[in-house]
Every structure is written in structure tokens, then in C-alpha cells.
Ligand binder design. Structure first.
Ligand code: FES
Length: 159
């Protein structure tokens, strides 16, 4: 992910390129949002405004679509995003204890970003690897069969 929390001009350039590439039909809103999220790590306010004006979609609608998808962020995220699987198979295979331990270790609640900008903690629905639950993703890495005592080692891999 290219984190570029930079200038509005860059945001507008990225939005324009994405809108042109995906043809700007309303059905293309999700791929456009995904692309912008990939570039900036979230959807900057200027991007919402630009998409709204280019695609003639109200900003409130864009915001509600962006908020619905867990992989799209409407606020700046930390350098590393943790997605913990909260679906039932992971939950019953020890996920509850691991989830509690993650929040205690990082001192974060779901949706929060640490004050040093390192971590953002989120949940996700099933990641499709239920046989190795509990499961979490850190950025693009998937960890299975996690126990609370493995957390320091896992988190220690990320700077
Ligand atoms: S329920 Fe967690 S990966 Fe499927």
C-alpha cells in the first residue's frame, strides 16, 4: 500500500485517474474507492468531494458505501492494519480470548488507531480459513491457530 497522506493535488490526480480507468459509471464506485484506498490507506475528504463531483453521486452516498466495506477506510489508518476474524467458527475455537488479549496488548478498541500511528485494529468476517481459527490478518499476512501468548512475537515482526 502506498501511504500518501499528501497534498490535495495528488488526491485529485489519483481520483481522476481511477474514475477515467473505471469509466465512472455508478456501478464502478466500489473499484474506484478500493483503488483510492490502496493509494492513500483511506479515502481522503478531498477524494470524496472529487468523486462526488465527477460521478454525480452525493457525498453521503459515497461515505455510506465506503463505510459498509471493511476493506475501505474512511479515516487515516495506522502503518499496520489488524483484521481479526469475528465469525462464529473462529469465535468458538478460542477467538474470544485472543480478541480480548489483542485489545489489551495494544490498548486499542475496534476501529481505533494507536497514538503513535503504528496500529489500526479492526474486525472482519470469515477469511475463508476457518480450519485454522482463530485467525487474524496483519496487513497482507494471515495468522492462524493463534493463542494469546503468540501475540507479542507476531506484533514484534512489524515496525
Ligand atoms: S470463521 Fe474465521 S476464518 Fe472463517
Amino acid at each position: 500500500m502506498t501511504k500518501n497522506n499528501g497534498k490535495s493535488r495528488d488526491v485529485i490526480k489519483v481520483v481522476d485517474r481511477a474514475v477515467d480507468e473505471f469509466h465512472a459509471g455508478q456501478e464502478d464506485l466500489i473499484p474506484i474507492l478500493m483503488h483510492i484506498n490502496q493509494e492513500f490507506g483511506y479515502i481522503p475528504k478531498e477524494a470524496m468531494e472529487e468523486i462526488s463531483s465527477r460521478m454525480h453521486i452525493p457525498q453521503s452516498q459515497i461515505h455510506s458505501v465506503a463505510s459498509f466495506y471493511q476493506m475501505i477506510h474512511t479515516k487515516p489508518t495506522g502503518r499496520h492494519v489488524i483484521k481479526f476474524c469475528e465469525s462464529a467458527p473462529c469465535h468458538v475455537s478460542g477467538g474470544r480470548e485472543v480478541w480480548k488479549a489483542i485489545q489489551e496488548t495494544l490498548k486499542l478498541k475496534p476501529g481505533e488507531t494507536s497514538s503513535d500511528g503504528k496500529w489500526t485494529l479492526t474486525t472482519t468476517s470469515c477469511l475463508g480459513v476457518c480450519s485454522v481459527g482463530p485467525v487474524m490478518m496483519v496487513d497482507e499476512d494471515i495468522y492462524g491457530n493463534i493463542t494469546p501468548n503468540q501475540l507479542p512475537e507476531i506484533f514484534g515482526k512489524y515496525e
